[in-house]
Design a protein around this ligand. Sequence first.
Ligand SMILES: C[S@@+](CC[C@H](N)C(=O)[O-])C[C@H]1O[C@@H](n2cnc3c(N)ncnc32)[C@H](O)[C@@H]1O
Length: 300
Amino acid sequence: MKKQSYIDPHPSSYNSRLVVEMKMEMMEGLRIVDFKDLLNVLNSLEDELKQLMITALNAPEGLELLGTKLDYLCEFIVSEENEKLWRQWGDREDVIQCTKRLRATSDEALCMVEKMRALRVYTEEWDMDLYLSLLSASVNEERHYAQIDGTSKVLFIGAGAFPLSAFIIAKETCAEVVCTDIDHEAIYHGEKLAQFLGLQKILHYSDSHLRHPEFLAATTHVFIASLVAEKKELLEELKSKVPPNCKIIVRYGNGLKSVFNYPLEISLLKEWQVKSIKRDNCIYDTIILQPHKMAAVKAT
Ligand SMILES: C[S@@+](CC[C@H](N)C(=O)[O-])C[C@H]1O[C@@H](n2cnc3c(N)ncnc32)[C@H](O)[C@@H]1O
């Protein structure tokens, strides 16, 4: 089975990967016996990501090292062993603060990896098909549950510079897709990549969904990326702006997964009908939301 990853790394320099993998094995070998060990592991991960971000800016192999470290983080958050530790100490204030710092750093690192990978694909013509095929299985699952087809109008909030899900949906269904991001560099690279892939007629970028009231009023599906913090605020805002039958697909990660995802308190979603997509070993969780009123109409 393919390893879970946000980034699906391109085959990289064997030696440099080996060094990072050896360090990872050393970390895996560390037995976490109390909360101090857990704090140490979280702090080390944060320090290493910061260091690798500097390396990535200065050495060609740095990008792959950073990608490998983020892959390790993905494995860390789906480990059952770590889940048990989290149940013991995840509520401690020091662990919560450490988690927030690590999430901010991993978010920054992923944004950086996405921009650099996008740049490599559209300037050096890396094999994008590899990325698309690796990810399409999990994206297809979300697409199947959300019933997206060529007539759909899909909004991606927090698409980033390398929005594989958005590209796969546009490529495979020809649905009209609008990607938004608050980061202008992510928009720049994402647009270039869309152009490189020949998707520019159906996939557009913008700095805010609020700039497109007509599209919003006809939107059939909204995706909210896992690394968007303001999920609750966005849902509140979207409620009155999208059609009542629009499906909102929210990716999130609670508990241990909040190390690399922003959380969402599902019990607070009282105005929505919530359907969970269950998948084992997934680095983020997904729910599909529809307003309660719409669900009631369907039931009669
Ligand atoms: C790193 S990308 C990765 C997307 C990833 N595939 C996921 O599902 O989380 C997350 C992007 O969300 C963007 N972002 C964060 N908050 C946002 C918001 N409120 N509105 C739009 N974009 C946002 C960031 O700038 C970043 O480019």
